[in-house]
Ligand binder design. Sequence first.
Ligand code: FAD
Length: 391
Amino acid sequence: MPPTEYDIVIIGSGPAGATTARVAAKLGLRVLMVDKRQELGAPIQCSGAVSRHALEACGVIPVAEFIHESIYGFGIYNVAGEKTTIDYRQLKPSEYGHQNGQKPLGYVVDRRRFDRHLMTLAERAGAEVWLKTEGLSYQTDGSEYCQIQLRRFNQPIQVKAKVLVGADGLQSQVGKWAGLRTHIKITELASCLQFIVDGVKTDGLLEIITGHHWAPGGYAWVFPKGHGYAEIGLGVICTMTKKNAQWHLDQFMQQSFFKERFQNARILEIQGGGVPLAAPLRTQYAEQVILVGDAARHVNPVTGGGIHTALSGGVIAGEFLAKLIKSGAPATAENLKGYQDSWLDQLGHKMWQLYEEKTQIFRTDDIDERDRLLFQTMSQYFSPYSEYKKI
Ligand SMILES: Cc1cc2nc3c(=O)[nH]c(=O)nc-3n(C[C@H](O)[C@H](O)[C@H](O)COP(=O)(O)OP(=O)(O)OC[C@H]3O[C@@H](n4cnc5c(N)ncnc54)[C@H](O)[C@@H]3O)c2cc1C
């Protein structure tokens, strides 16, 4: 029989859960992490772009095992195809490149291998991991441990934890069980679709195409995928268009200023999913519960990127819980508020600021003005002088 009592039980082993598990276990907590999937990261619902800084700052060494391709900068396009290039190989040639001593700015990672790698790091740090195990519910009765109901390989099983961590992604069930307001407005949920294609050239840049005409409420992208492949995708806000993401992606591929570039594209895979372009949850804790990653909406509201913020949130959560539990203090909602305060200080206030900027852009009904503002914001966001570098 496996032990049934833990300091923390984490539901969800994506980047947020696996990082919380690794950091907490390394600091001496008894950790169980469960995931309902039998293969982590699959089916893939992510383009996998993440900065090198983000990985290194969160204690993840970039290794070939999970890297599809190295990234050196950005190409930001306005609706008409005019481009701002931010290529760090040209801006800082002594630092960025692929020669001796030079490094990439970031990577496109393989989410299957990346998530498995993060899980392995958590296990090696001492966390226990159960795959094919679904979190079903939890109860708290004011005692030191809450009860968590799981289904493991179709068998019910109950475990106890001082703190339950919801790292279960967008529309978190754990958050709902705890009575937190996890519901996301449809006006702030981007519906994303991407094709993995062969036959489209890329050059180490993440290309971002703005403009209501191509992606209402969001943007389109072309990312290098390694081995000559590319990802072509976009996200749209459903309330800003009568068509679906697939229609817009077809239009973008067939009608945009890239149509010649895409003419030999052969689609190898189709992936999709929802991305919150929303504010972080106002309350990310309850009695014996915290949320981290997409579950707490730790997602960049302008770019929709959530890997970096999931990793950073995981570090903050793991460190906070280790300190709290080792101090012997009870995991009351009042004490767990310290996690959110720490997250706000390190990341959250900046994310709120970004959310305000995004809201400002979409407040105007003038589409040309909106396009201009989004292009400008994206260009500034990715520039070397961005105040949001760490998000
Ligand atoms: C199309 C698309 C493209 C994207 N591209 C990028 C990108 O290029 N760069 C970037 O930074 N971000 C990107 N994102 C966002 C990024 O994928 C997420 O922000 C990130 O995965 C969040 O990590 P997480 O650990 O919080 O949640 P997730 O990665 O969603 O992990 C949640 C885990 O919880 C598990 N789970 C859920 N419920 C239960 C349950 N009841 N019991 C057990 N397990 C459960 C799930 O199986 C899953 O493994 C993209 C998203 C989409 C949809």
